[in-house]
Design a protein around this ligand. Sequence first.
Ligand code: ZN
Length: 199
Amino acid sequence: MFLEPKCHAGSIEVISGSMFSGKTEELIRRLRRAQIAGLRTAIFKPSTDTRYSATAVVSHDKHSIQSTVVAKSTDILALAGDAQVIGIDEAQFFDNDLTSVCRTLAFRGVRVIAAGLDMDYLGRPFGPMGSMMCIADDVTKVHAVCTRCGSLAQFSHRLSADDNLVSLGEKNTYEPLCRECYSKISNVKELLNESCGCN
Ligand code: ZN
């Protein structure tokens, strides 16, 4: 169980996992607790995430919290104001400046909590998430449930033929799978060759 930092010094927390792993629910939980503690909060998400609402961070179970949609990560610095705790949802869709933005905020004394997919549907590190995990004070990996065997799932298998990485997860588009079930997908060898670039 993650415990909130004791002091109000800056920090970076990353919440990552597959589709349907509860990343946004955990982000909302931490932000609500910060609000209960009387801290000033702000939440940002990238403009590429338009599912359900353009103005709220929404999780699959319909819990939501108001957010600001921004086009690029440096907009977060410009709009952070006097927030003491800043949440970032769908962090995988931000540009690579996100790490320097979060470091700048943390050194200013802001607690940054970023949630995002760790891997794309091919199992590759997604956008800035790998670097975000490196610079984070704390990383929480959350897991979905494999829809085929019930084990813990860390892969987001795409059910549609669409190869657009920006497509977002609805239940009819992705299924969370464990490594064993993911490895049984007929084209997994192709995916692995594409992922590592070797042989
Ligand atoms: Zn499985």
